[in-house]
Every structure is written in C-alpha cells, then in structure tokens.
Design a protein around this ligand. Structure first.
Ligand SMILES: C[S@@+](CC[C@H](N)C(=O)[O-])C[C@H]1O[C@@H](n2cnc3c(N)ncnc32)[C@H](O)[C@@H]1O
Length: 291
C-alpha cells in the first residue's frame, strides 16, 4: 500500500455538498473527536500527513472502505480502538539509535551527572524500551546507575509491556552491537543479555532502577522533577500546538541546568521555549535549561 492508494476517490463522486478532500477532513475530525470523547485518547493535534496515512492504513487493515466505517467499528469495539492506537503510535525504535548521540551524551552530560547526589531520567515516548535499556547500560558503565532512577513512559500499554519484560528479537543484536560500539560502549555487548531460542532477555540488574508507566503527553501532567529528559522521534508526529504543550511540560519537569534530548529531526528552535535553553550539542539536539 502506498500513500497514493490512500487518496483515491471514485471519479463519479456525486455527493455534491462537499469535495472529497473536505469530506475526508471531516471524517478524520469526527473519528478523532469520537476517540477522544469515548476513550480519552487525544490525537486531535497530531500532524495531519502521517495521521492520515496511518488512518487509511487502518481502514484497509480493518477491511472497511471509509473512515466513517472505521469510526463506527472503533466506537463499538474496544479491541479495534486498541489496534488503532497501536497503529497511530508508530512504535519504531532501536538500541543506541543514533550512536553519535549516545557518544556525545557520555562525553558532555555524564560529567555533569557525576556531580549530582542522585539522577532522575525521563524517557517520554519510550516505545518498547530499547532506548531505556541503552541508557541503563551507559549509566552502569559510567558507574552512575546505582544512584539513578529511569522513568520510562508511553501512551501505548502494549509497547510498555514489551519494555518491562526486556525481551527482544535475537536478529536485532547484530545491529545493536554495532550501535553500542559506535556509541562508545566499552565491553562486550553480549554480557548484557542471555539468548533464548529466537530472542534475548536483558540482565535483570538493568531493570532494577527502571520505572515504567503509561503517560500521555497530549493530556497528562508533569509527575516529577528530572535531571535529564529524552523525548526522541515523538514530537515529529505532533502539530505546533501540541509540540508547545509538550515543551511546556518538559520545561516544568526539568531541574535548573537539566538536559533535554530530542530526536535528530527535532529542534527546540521555533518553539515558545527556544530561549529557555542553551545548546550542549547542536548537532545531537542536546539542550540545557538555563531559565
Ligand atoms: C517512533 S517511537 C520513538 C521511540 C523512541 N523514543 C526512539 O526514539 O527510538 C514514538 C513513540 O511515541 C509514543 N507516543 C506517541 N504519541 C504519544 C503521546 N501522546 N504520549 C506518549 N507517548 C506517545 C508512541 O507510542 C511511540 O512509542
């Protein structure tokens, strides 16, 4: 299925009262409004292009033909709603994703963290937890894990369940080992997991200071004060209004000189909080809160 498949309409559209584009827009709005009112999940400020693609993907996956038909199914069938949330959440991730960022974190942030009596890290939008295990390994190797707590949140309960178990596909270990080494890892990566058939389970000691919880960046409030917040490859799916809401939440949740880490395609610039941060590493999207 390609994006162009999603925008095809019959030539003989005789509805008359509105163009296909306007009707699609209306159907999307009604679907999102229904989901928000019935289930409390708010996708109304997600960026339209990817939202639209994912909705059409779900129309086909549910074997219906219109967004209105999807809406009916979603409102009457909780499992159908859960499949929609899973599809809209785009749970793509990997360990030590963007290795140069983790290397820069070791070089520029770890020295700051050494000066703190304890460390609180928040991974917002952690998906299935690969980023969280990467951070636990990094802090362990730097001798900081015992005084750290890693809070890992996502709106997607299914992804969080995978994260809590720490079981990942064995076929991914080749890439993760390379990422780990490129990120400045100092040991043999296989020390951190045990292989079982087609999967690996990460060592239980890595989980001991992790706290997993459902948290929705579109609707929930701040819940603690943090020295570091990672929120990578999440806000690219949000519109400007929602991005500003999330930046407000992070600004409230970071301690003075706390560090905010964004994804490679994200930036603090052009948000309402631009002047509250100074870059620690412009290329790697690491910023320090200064006011
Ligand atoms: C592409 S993954 C990024 C995972 C990880 N941060 C990384 O960079 O590898 C995006 C994640 O953001 C989560 N997400 C999307 N909207 C969210 C929201 N409103 N609140 C919390 N998490 C959200 C999704 O469920 C998904 O797990």
């Amino acid at each position: 299925m390609t994006p162009s498949d999603f925008s095809e309409y019959p030539d003989n559209d005789t509805c008359g009262w509105t163009s296909p584009d306007e009707r699609e827009q209306l159907e999307i709005e009604l679907l999102l409004e229904g989901v928000h009112r019935l289930y409390g999940y708010d996708f109304r400020n997600y960026a339209l292009p990817s939202l639209r693609r994912r909705i059409w993907h779900q129309v086909h996956a549910e074997r219906v033909t219109t967004i209105s038909a999807l809406q009916e199914k979603v409102l009457h069938d909780r499992e159908c709603f859960e499949r929609l949330v899973y599809s809209l959440s785009i749970p793509v991730t990997e360990m030590f994703r963007d290795p140069s960022l983790f290397r820069a974190f070791r070089e520029k942030v770890v020295p700051l963290l050494r000066t703190y009596p304890y460390i609180r890290v928040w991974h917002a939008g952690c998906s299935t937890g690969e980023e969280v295990y990467s951070m636990a390994i990094l802090l362990h190797e730097e001798g900081l894990y015992d005084k750290a707590r890693i809070y890992a949140t996502d709106m997607n309960g299914r992804s969080l369940q995978v994260a809590k178990e720490g079981v990942f596909g064995i076929e991914k270990m080749k890439l993760y080992t390379k990422n780990y080494q490129d990120a400045g890892g100092t040991r043999s990566f296989s020390e951190y997991y045990t292989a079982r058939y087609n999967s690996v389970i990460f060592q239980p000691f890595l989980r001991k200071n992790m706290i997993f919880a459902e948290h929705n960046l579109a609707t929930d409030q701040s819940f603690n004060e943090f020295n570091v917040i990672f929120c990578r490859n999440v806000m690219i799916y949000f519109d400007e209004t929602l991005r500003n809401r999330v930046h407000s939440l992070f600004h409230q949740s970071l301690s003075h000189f706390g560090v905010l880490v964004l994804g490679a395609k994200e930036s603090i610039h052009f948000t309402e909080y631009d002047d509250c941060y100074e870059p620690l590493d412009r290329v790697e999207k690491m910023y320090r809160k200064i006011k």
